[in-house]
Design a protein around this ligand. Structure first.
Ligand code: FHN
Length: 416
């Protein structure tokens, strides 16, 4: 019998209901504090870059503190970089000596995170870079005499490790194969030496971890075996960052990944943080599109989640503690999203997430008669006025939430 090629229905349902996750970009690059692309951007030779491993000593790393923060933020899963494009493994792999357990730090943070995730009821998943700026069989085949098959053995072997060493996982999140990107002399060494053998890779994951979803951030329509369609730095259907050239595939579960500031990896000078209000609005818009939000933090080289990022996450978590029923386990909204409001839906209940401070909000695509409306948090009634296919809600002045106010609309309608 052929190996299963998709996640189990239970795994997919869990992932879709989770709606909010923490992305963590953490690696040697944190030491330089100029983002995770610093090795390429500043043309640092692999040997020189490897010197960072001698200095890497994140003694403040506390897996429980990280996972507790995610839980406090209302994030139901964590996706951490097991190996980014720089080729340094952040766990105790048997397939490379270029790894965190060979530094003075000597610990396996991913094992510690896996244990902490179990303690705090958060799921753990792994980012895996397909691209490797250092591996002899990826970048230096001519010099090393190694072959593309050697890289595939390494890559598939690492994925097997991640699927077998750390208990049940949420996902494997691939990155670094970008079919729509035009390579130039500048980044010619990014080009893989052959196919990644996705069918075998995905079958292995789905066999070893039947409840884990596979996502490949190829900025393209998902391939067979990819369970989720991802969007980078944009909501589904938008393409302000230039990555999302293909629109959302109908019926596919979606995930948006986004930075809190303008970098994934730790960047000392990047203080352009999105506010808690902006983050709540992005989470609401993603949920109203039927998408999860995987929100990134870039921990510092000493192993701490940057306090300004943590503070924003806690504010989002406090909002979710009041309003999470409008986000978790919901489906995309039935009303047309506007700049003022978006909606999500659970059966016959619609949640209107009001994103401005105006007293009225108008929604197009009104459901049938028999509607009633109230604020989610304290049940204060909201007035509904109909005008053809539109409804206008008049909100009370009391009970408003400075991040986003949720109105519950109940209808007798069935189905979507
Ligand atoms: O190049 C990476 C980047 O460093 C980061 O990991 C993001 C996360 O979605 N993905 C790549 C760009 O597509």
């Amino acid at each position: 019998m052929d190996a299963p090629m998709q996640v189990s229905p239970e795994g997919l349902a869990w992932f879709e209901a989770a709606r909010f996750g923490m992305f963590i970009h953490w690696g040697l690059y944190a030491l330089l504090g100029r983002g995770e692309w610093v090795m390429h951007n500043e043309r640092i030779a692999p040997q020189e870059y490897a010197g960072l491993a001698e200095r890497f000593s994140p003694t403040a790393f506390d897996a429980d503190a990280w996972v507790k923060l995610a839980a406090d933020a209302g994030q139901r899963y964590i996706v951490i970089t097991s190996r980014h494009h720089d080729g340094f493994s952040m766990y105790d792999t048997a397939l490379s000596n270029y790894k965190i357990t060979n530094t003075a730090f000597g610990r396996d943070p991913i094992a510690e995170l896996a244990a902490a995730c179990t303690r705090h009821g958060v799921k753990l998943g792994f980012y895996v870079s397909l691209l490797d700026w250092r591996h002899p069989a990826y970048r230096f085949r001519r010099e090393s005499g190694q072959h593309w098959a050697d890289y595939l053995t390494f890559l598939h072997g690492q994925v097997r490790e991640l699927c077998t060493k750390y208990g049940e996982i949420a996902c494997i999140w691939f990155d670094g194969d970008w079919p729509h990107h035009t390579f130039t002399a500048d980044d010619a060494y990014f080009v893989p030496g052959g196919p990644f053998r996705y069918k075998a890779l995905y079958s292995m994951i789905h066999t070893l971890q039947p409840n884990a979803v596979v996502l490949n951030n190829r900025h393209a329509t998902p391939l067979p075996g990819e369970d989720i369609q991802g969007f980078e730095q944009d909501l589904p259907g938008q393409n302000t960052a230039g990555f999302n050239v293909t629109g959302p595939q109908v019926g596919k579960p979606l995930e948006v990944c986004m930075t809190i500031n303008d970098h994934w990896g730790y960047h000392r000078a990047d203080t352009n943080l999105k506010s808690a209000r902006q983050l709540v609005h992005t989470l609401a818009r993603a949920a109203s599109d039927g998408a999860n939000l995987l929100l990134n933090v870039g921990p510092s080289p000493d192993g701490k989640i940057v306090p300004e990022q943590a503070a924003r996450l806690r504010k989002v978590g406090a909002w979710l503690a009041r309003n999470g029923t409008a986000i978790y386990g919901t489906r995309a909204g039935s009303f047309i999203p506007t700049t003022d409001a978006v909606t999500t839906r659970r059966d016959n209940t619609h949640y209107v997430l009001v994103l401005n401070d105006a007293q009225t909000v108008t929604l197009q695509g009104a459901p049938p008669a028999g509607l009633n409306a109230q604020l989610l948090t304290d049940g204060i009634p909201v007035t509904i006025t109909r005008n053809g296919n539109a409804i206008t809600l008049t909100l009370p002045t009391a009970g408003r939430d400075s991040l986003a106010t949720v109105v519950v609309l109940n209808t007798e309608e069935t189905g979507r």
